[in-house]
Design a protein around this ligand. Structure first.
Ligand SMILES: C[S@@+](CC[C@H](N)C(=O)[O-])C[C@H]1O[C@@H](n2cnc3c(N)ncnc32)[C@H](O)[C@@H]1O
Length: 223
């Protein structure tokens, strides 16, 4: 692989040999139909999710309020996605049959689509009341949203993200990351909802308490 050599000039010889060895041994699997389809679905899902997130933030809040936060890209998120690719590559190399369960993979793809639509529907419904950073005090353009998808679910965008993120791992037939993503994302939202609702009760008072009483959070086992 001569095109890799300039990149590896500064890397210890043993590490570079290891990388070249790994790349050459898994390259046949990476270029298979299965990997091509599943990985291109994965990269398209990530690109569409963050691209539309950015465009909606730009539309509702303007250029000055849009940051990396609006793209929802954090260090932990990048690590999780890299981890999922590592799991995928290791498994497709050692257990290629694991990736051939198309019913499972297509179910994951359907979840990715459902999760994406739910999240974007929530953002569009809430409009300027939807901010990526949790508001801790009342601002002029912040109104209580109780219509559309919010009529039944208090946290539809979190529900959508949970479905989307776990869906990406089911789509890749990644058992470890499916469980890991479900646990980590669930825990993250369980904590975040407590914090967010504390301020929503402060801002909207009994109107929010009454709204919360007649709706479900949208996250399993979170009241
Ligand atoms: C990232 S958005 C998430 C909104 C909601 N938790 C969801 O999952 O769709 C967080 C912001 O939305 C606001 N928010 C959440 N629910 C709301 C509602 N029903 N009406 C108005 N603002 C809301 C919060 O105050 C917070 O600033």
């Amino acid at each position: 692989m001569p095109f890799l050599l300039p990149l590896l000039n500064n890397v210890e010889p043993c590490v570079s040999s290891l990388i070249v060895y790994c790349f050459s041994t898994i390259s046949s699997e990476i270029f298979s139909f299965t990997a091509f389809r599943q990985l291109s679905q994965m990269f398209s899902a990530i690109f569409l999710f963050h691209g539309s997130e950015y465009l909606l933030a730009l539309f509702f809040h303007g250029k000055n309020s849009v940051t990396l936060e609006s793209l929802l890209i954090s260090k932990n998120y990048v690590l999780a996605m890299v981890g999922s690719l590592v799991e995928y590559l290791v498994e497709i190399h050692f257990f290629p049959g694991m990736k051939e369960h198309w019913l499972i993979s297509n179910t994951g793809l359907a979840l990715v689509v459902v999760g994406e639509l739910m999240r974007k529907l929530a953002i569009i419904t809430a409009g300027r009341s939807f901010t990526h950073l949790i508001r801790r005090s009342r601002e002029q353009d912040h109104v209580l949203i109780t219509h559309g998808v919010y009529k039944y679910i208090r946290h539809p965008s979190y529900c959508g993200f949970l479905i989307w993120s776990v869906g990406t791992q089911i789509m890749l037939c990644n058992p470890l990351c499916t469980l890991g993503f479900a646990a980590v994302v669930w825990h993250f939202f369980q904590q975040r909802i407590q914090y967010e609702e504390y301020f929503l009760r402060q801002i909207f008072g009994s109107r929010y308490v009454e709204y919360a009483r007649r709706t479900t959070s949208g996250i399993p086992f979170v009241k």
